[in-house]
Design a protein around this ligand. Structure first.
Ligand code: GUN
Length: 280
């Protein structure tokens, strides 16, 4: 069994990105900049944003976090995004989700210039990905994809099952694997017999937020299992996959924590650098 070490892979990726930023600095006399907007004081978002900032600084990006209180008016946020769209020193803009209820997520996402949308959530980038055109790819699916390719460089004809259909994960992941000539199934809460779907899969990507949903007897021998879930329990953080049981059958599996999480952040930095390169 291969334990996919996301922490190690992310560190390698960050090292490569650091070298790339040094090269860009020499060539353009400036570095890519990432601006994160954080609204409210939800603890998980605060932690994510702090980690993003730390990693951005580590690879030499210019990084800025703009914090607003929970009650901030939508108009103020949209005006700030428009200002950042015009700011030449800002290569990438990320608005941390979830947003307070009074702020329209769609409006916020659509206000971000697609060429600075490091989350790949703007409809233009969603369309680019599904058309196979160039654009930003959501960070978590991109991280999962890179981990899968490490284990199995040739994915042609593999059966891949996504559990979860969110814009941020399941749908984008499905597009990436489709481009690799996988046969892709997207499952969700209304899917009948999820176990049977999983048992047919060569690759399972679980991103539903149900702790330890995927059991040992749901997984085919030699499957690759990628766990995007982060669920808080009394025993600490657990994923959407029952790790102990599944690791006894799978060919390769990502742990939680230390699997997909670190790759997500490294891919955000990668996306920021890609946006910079496309605009210079
Ligand atoms: N909240 C949790 N994950 C993400 C992400 O990938 N992007 C944004 N913007 N917010 C998130």
């Amino acid at each position: 069994m291969i334990l996919i070490d996301g922490k190690k892979e992310a560190a390698k990726l960050r090292e490569d990105l650091k070298q790339e930023v040094l090269g860009l600095k020499k060539k353009f006399n400036k570095v890519p900049g990432l601006t994160v907007i954080l609204i409210g004081d939800m603890a998980p978002s605060q932690i994510y944003v702090r980690n993003k900032e730390k990693s951005a600084n580590e690879v030499g990006l210019k990084s800025e976090v703009i914090k607003y209180p929970e009650a901030i008016e939508e108009k103020t946020v949209l005006e700030k995004i428009e200002e950042l769209n015009k700011d030449q020193t800002v290569s990438g803009i990320l608005v941390q989700l979830p947003l307070p209820k009074h702020i329209d997520k769609q409006k916020v996402i659509e206000t971000i210039d697609p060429s600075k949308d490091v989350d790949g959530l703007h409809p233009m980038n969603v369309g680019n990905l599904s058309s196979g055109y160039q654009g930003s790819i959501p960070c978590t699916p991109l991280g999962c994809y890179l981990l899968i390719k490490k284990v199995e460089p040739n994915l042609t004809g593999k059966k891949a099952v996504m559990i979860g259909r969110s814009n941020l994960n399941g749908k984008a992941m499905a597009q990436l694997l489709l481009q690799e000539d996988c046969t892709v199934t997207i499952t969700h809460s209304k899917t009948k017999n999820l176990k049977a779907e999983c048992l047919a899969a060569d690759i399972i990507v679980a991103a539903v937020g149900i702790k330890e949903l995927v059991k040992g007897d749901w997984v085919k021998k030699d499957a690759i299992v990628i766990d995007v879930g982060i669920n808080k329990t009394d025993k600490g953080l657990v994923g959407d996959v029952a790790f102990e049981e599944v690791s006894r059958v799978a060919k390769a599996i990502t742990p939680v924590p230390g699997g997909v999480g670190p790759m997500t952040i490294a891919c955000l930095l990668k996306n920021t650098i890609e946006c910079f390169k496309r605009s210079n």
